[in-house]
Structure formats: structure tokens, C-alpha cells
Design a binder for this molecule. Structure first.
Ligand code: PLP
Length: 393
């Protein structure tokens, strides 16, 4: 038996363990300091009432002989897919029911989709980036070409026509930078992908944070995107499902490469290797799209957005450069005095008891940047940013 040697090429993931270790050490020696975490990448507000009601009633159904459900369709129940379809419809994107695949979250699908592609494809990934795109391709032994996201391009890199790529990752609104592509920029990417016969893997896990009506929530708002893009979406950040687990992936029927339909291949892959998301969770997820559900998740999203504004207002007052904070739960700031992101991490922790995430953990271009998130409480975010202001004013 031989193991997959590609795993040896993965970098150890030291980021969150190193942060936890440093925080533990500091708090042991400074028991009087209240540490505030603005590095949280997880939601903190509970599931909304409409979802809880739907979950309860689905549990009741599972306990009665007449309404009990066994295996469901691997690609998701129609009631949820129809709700997703009408959500897209509201954004003027029309999809067919068989183009939607329900899953246990975007992370699994982002990893699993690679089953459809040959190992010898060239993968284009922005730097800095959500590390899952990089690691899943390293595991498969694929060649990665990085594209710089930096101050000069507002952390929104555009294609370089002299670089040939087959699989392109785009995350908008972006984790970690909070930057969001507009339609014109995405349409340049779509044209590039079509010209290169490439596929775009578009991660829209944070689309529900977009308030600006001019910014696209879905890549399919761009003409011809159905010819080249797969879209990954999630209830995690939209509706607090990080622990409940549900997401969906759109694989348009128009995606045909070398006479192979990616939609049919993905259906075959999912029906072979996946047995669907639980009926109970899908009922909860469909309640997100009800009138009540939409109002209630908006309250939670508005809460996080208000925190983001507390952070970005403070940075504005201090004249510190950043991206994100609007249309995104993330604020990506330039470390003052060109500090390295780990030194900046230590400074914030030891001087004011604030924890964030060093940009170096997301790629080389993050080494002088720092990610703050809006997922803590309003009170703690305000307190943290008061301390931050006092330190840097
Ligand atoms: N995509 C991005 C960019 C993320 O930041 C995350 C989670 O933090 C995910 C996908 C994973 O989402 P899910 O919880 O649906 O697996």
C-alpha cells in the first residue's frame, strides 16, 4: 500500500494553533486583562426563530409513521431547491431545478468538486486566500499558479492574458480581504475563462453581506457566466448554520467541456459518494427563505454589519488603510508602520488584549496585513476599538 504522497507537500496549519497558544500564555500571566477576540471566523448569533420552528416541526414529522422520511434525494429535496431558485430569481438569475445541489456546506463541495477535474490542470488561486482552495489542490498533486491580490489592485486581481489557467478560484466578498468584485470586473474574468476554456469556481459564501445594489451577489448576474462558472454558497454565514451544516452548489447545464456535462458528472459524483443532507436540516434551511426567515436573518446580518462599521469607523479616524468592512464581515487592514503581521498580532495582544488574525496565515501577500472580524458582540467590538484607538491615536 502506498499513501498519497501529496499530503507531504501540505504546510502544517500553524495559524490558529499558534494564535491559541499565544493567547493562552498571555492570559495566564495577565489574569486582570479582559481579552477580546476579533479574529473569530464563526458566527455568534443563534439560529433565528423561523428556522428553529421549522427544525422542531421536522423533528416531529420524523417521529410519526405517516410523515417519517428515510433516504432523501442526494441532490436535495425539491422544497429547498425551489426556495433557492426563487431567491436567485429575485436577483434576476434564472436557474433550473436540476442545476442546484444541496450539500452539508460549501467547504465539502469546494473540496469534492475537484473529483471532476484531471490532475494535470493548472489552477489559478489569488494570494491571500481561504486556505482550503490551496490545500485541496495540493492533496490532489495539482500545479498552482498564484495571482497577487495587493494594495495596487485593491485586493481584486484581474486576469493576466499571458497566463493560461484551467481552474480559477474567485471568492467575492472575499475571505480574508473583504474586497468585492463589481460586475464589470467579473465579466472580464468570465471572458478570460471562456477564451481559455477554463472553469471558474466562484465562492459566494458571504453574498448575504452585500448591501450595495450595484455589486453582484452571484456570478450568474454576469452575462455568459453559466458557460464557465460553478457557484458555491452556504447557509453558514447567511443564517448562522456553521454548526447546523447546509449549503448549495450551482452547476449550470451549459457547462460542457470536451462533450462532458459538468452537471451530469457532479450528479453522478454526488449520487455515488454522498447520501444527502438530513430532511430536518433542509427544512430549517428552507425556512431561511420564508418572509419571516428573511426578516429575521437580516436582523442578525445587520448586527454584524454594525460591528463592521464600528471597526471601519475607527480605522477611518486613525487614517489606517483597509479593505472590506462594507458588504463583508471582514476588515483587512494594513499594519501601521509596515509592521509584520505576527509582530502586530503580539502588539495588539500584549498592549490592549485584542486578538485578530495575522495576514501571513492567508498567503505571502498578507504578511503586512491583519484580519479583524465583525462576529463578536457589539459591546465587545466597541470596547476593543476604543482600546485600539487609544493605542494608535
Ligand atoms: N468559503 C469561504 C470563503 C469561507 O470563509 C468559509 C468558511 O469560513 C467557507 C467557504 C465554508 O463554509 P461552510 O461552513 O458552508 O462549509
Amino acid at each position: 500500500m502506498r499513501v498519497n504522497e501529496n499530503y507531504k507537500n501540505l504546510d502544517e496549519s500553524y495559524l490558529f494553533s499558534t494564535i491559541a497558544k499565544k493567547v493562552k500564555e498571555f492570559s495566564e500571566h495577565n489574569k486582570d486583562v479582559e481579552i477580546i477576540k476579533l479574529g473569530i471566523g464563526d458566527v455568534t448569533q443563534p439560529l433565528c426563530h423561523a428556522v428553529i420552528e421549522a427544525l422542531h416541526s421536522a423533528v416531529e414529522e420524523m417521529g410519526r409513521k405517516e410523515t417519517f422520511k428515510g433516504y432523501g434525494p442526494e441532490q436535495g429535496y425539491d422544497f429547498l431547491k425551489e426556495a433557492i431558485l426563487s431567491y436567485y430569481d429575485k436577483n434576476n438569475v434564472s436557474l433550473d431545478l436540476d442545476e442546484i445541489f444541496v450539500s452539508d456546506g460549501a467547504k465539502s463541495d469546494l473540496g469534492n468538486i475537484l473529483d471532476l477535474f484531471d490532475k494535470d490542470n493548472i489552477v489559478l488561486i489569488p494570494d491571500p486566500v481561504y486556505p482550503v482552495y490551496v490545500d485541496t489542490n495540493i492533496m490532489a498533486g495539482r500545479k498552482i499558479v498564484f495571482i497577487d491580490a495587493n494594495e495596487n489592485n485593491g485586493f481584486l486581481p484581474m486576469p493576466n492574458n499571458s497566463v493560461k489557467a484551467d481552474i480559477i478560484y474567485i471568492c467575492s466578498p472575499n475571505n480574508p480581504t473583504g474586497a468585492v468584485y463589481n460586475k464589470e470586473q467579473l465579466s472580464v474574468w468570465v471572458d478570460y475563462a471562456i477564451k481559455n476554456e477554463a472553469v471558474i469556481l466562484f465562492d459566494s459564501a458571504y453574498e448575504s453581506f452585500i448591501d450595495d445594489k450595484n455589486l453582484p451577489k452571484s456570478i450568474y448576474e454576469v452575462e455568459n457566466a453559466k458557460k464557465c462558472a460553478i457557484e458555491f454558497c452556504s447557509f453558514s454565514k447567511t443564517a448562522g448554520f456553521t454548526g447546523t451544516r447546509c449549503g448549495y452548489t450551482v452547476v449550470p447545464n451549459e457547462l460542457v467541456f470536451n462533450n462532458s456535462s459538468l452537471n451530469k458528472m457532479w450528479l453522478r459524483r454526488q449520487t455515488t459518494k454522498f447520501n444527502g443532507v438530513s430532511y430536518i436540516v433542509q427544512k430549517g434551511a428552507s425556512a431561511v427563505f420564508s418572509e419571516e426567515g428573511q426578516k429575521q436573518i437580516k436582523q442578525n446580518l445587520d448586527y454584524y454589519k454594525r460591528n463592521a462599521k464600528v471597526i471601519s469607523d475607527t480605522l477611518d479616524k486613525l487614517g489606517i488603510d483597509y479593505t472590506g468592512g462594507k458588504n463583508s464581515p471582514y476588515i483587512w487592514l494594513k499594519c501601521p508602520n509596515n509592521m509584520n503581521s505576527w509582530d502586530f498580532f503580539d502588539l495588539l495582544l500584549t498592549k490592549i488584549g485584542i486578538v485578530g488574525t495575522p495576514g501571513a496565515g492567508f498567503g505571502n501577500n498578507g504578511k503586512n496585513y491583519f484580519r479583524l472580524t465583525s462576529f463578536n458582540t457589539l459591546e465587545k467590538t466597541q470596547e476593543a476599538m476604543e482600546r485600539f484607538y487609544e493605542l494608535f491615536k
